[in-house]
Design a protein around this ligand. Structure first.
Ligand SMILES: Nc1ncnc2c1ncn2[C@@H]1O[C@H](COP(=O)(O)OP(=O)(O)OP(=O)(O)O)[C@@H](O)[C@H]1O
Ligand SMILES: [Mg+2]
Length: 338
């Protein structure tokens, strides 16, 4: 699972996005917030980086700096080799940006909004018109093209917003929480649209609070918390950090728990007793299962041979939520009091 798996092992790609030591502090009258506290990123060309973090982690601020909307207090960043501060105009002409910005005009129609985006990107009126039609078709918005944006649903807005970011065929795309608030069906549609862009060779940095989304779309994930990257790797690598797969067994008879754990520790040759858990009151034992489902068979055989009845058993794959919890001590969905 996870990632688009289109990168060959050992293949070296140029960095499309690189950031080193980005710092950004917001000074209010009473409080000072260090939104970015030394962010380092490296996104090879043609790959997808998922920037994963809870509310207030610094995701949007990172995107704003990388797309030239905001200057960092310290650190540097380059997009396709161009510095985001000293070559801001060039960077702006090369990237597409979508999400949390409301660049659209409520009182214009979908078609007019896209035409306007085209003009902003210096397409001729005729080119802008043609590109708008193409994108309306791609995003299934042709029928709604002449309605003003005020009447669009959340999903239609997201699609129009994403269409707008693609007007100038950008090589690098920034998507800030592209599917937040969408229903499951619209989310799947949008994922497909994003995958299609990846297939065309576009480099994508996407921010998300959805662990599943990062797992699904990103080649590589950077976990952000309080303005810095606290972990990076593929979804599988991050999952391995919490110890890989585990087997959970609930034994039927409370008197069997200790014996069951001893037997399994022997049968599975578990060297580290710390890697197992035993909950007396729920009669639940968990043990590491490096062999996955074959270890499951061993567990059932061992307990059966010892006449220990099993009430419930299952193989549990760690989720990215487990990873976040392990790394930060709090859950990813937790709202930060700002
Ligand atoms: N313009 C601003 N002025 C003051 N503080 C700001 C500003 N922009 C962001 N912040 C603060 O910086 C921190 C990071 O905000 P940011 O928007 O980057 O987080 P985020 O990860 O995008 O969160 P979310 O998931 O809610 O979109 C937060 O504490 C936020 O309140
Ligand atoms: Mg944000």
């Amino acid at each position: 699972m996870g990632g688009l798996r289109h990168i060959q092992k050992g293949e070296v790609r140029m960095a499309a996005i690189e950031a080193t030591g980005l710092v950004k502090t917001f000074k209010g009258r009473k409080t000072t917030v260090k939104a970015l506290d030394g962010i380092d990123l490296d996104v090879p060309e043609g790959t997808v980086l998922g920037l994963l973090g809870p509310n207030g982690a610094g995701k949007t601020t990172t995107v704003r700096v990388l797309t030239t909307l905001m200057k960092p207090d310290a650190g540097t960043a380059r997009v396709l080799g161009h510095d985001v501060v000293t070559e801001a105009d060039t960077v702006r002409s090369l990237v597409g940006l979508s999400g949390q910005y409301a660049a659209v005009d409520e009182l214009l129609t979908g078609r007019e909004n896209l035409w306007m985006f085209g003009r902003l990107y210096r397409l001729s009126s005729q080119q802008a018109k043609q590109r708008a039609e193409e994108l309306l078709a791609t995003f299934d918005l042709t029928e709604a093209a002449d309605r003003i944006l005020k009447t669009y649903s959340g999903g239609m807005r997201r699609r129009l917003d994403l269409a707008g970011s693609l007007i100038a065929h950008p090589k690098v795309l920034f998507l800030d929480e592209p599917t937040t608030g969408l229903d499951p069906r619209s989310r799947l549609d949008l994922w497909q649209i994003i995958r299609d862009r990846v297939r065309e060779g576009v480099t994508i940095l996407l921010t998300t609070q959805y662990l599943e989304e990062a797992d699904e779309l990103a080649d590589s994930i950077a976990v952000v918390d309080h303005g810095s990257v606290i972990a990076r790797g593929t979804a599988d690598e991050l999952k391995a950090k919490v110890g890989g797969e585990r087997i959970e067994v609930v034994v039927h008879d409370p008197g069997d728990t200790v014996r069951a754990l001893e037997l399994l520790t022997g049968a599975l040759r578990i060297a580290d007793p710390e890697s197992t858990t035993l909950e007396e009151h729920t009669r639940r034992i968990t043990v590491p299962a490096p062999g996955g489902s074959s270890a499951l068979v061993d567990v059932i055989r061992t307990l059966d041979a010892a006449d220990i009845r099993i009430a419930d058993i299952g193989l549990r794959r760690p989720t990215l939520d487990d990873v976040f919890l392990t790394l930060t001590g709090h859950e990813a969905e937790q709202k930060e009091s700002l």
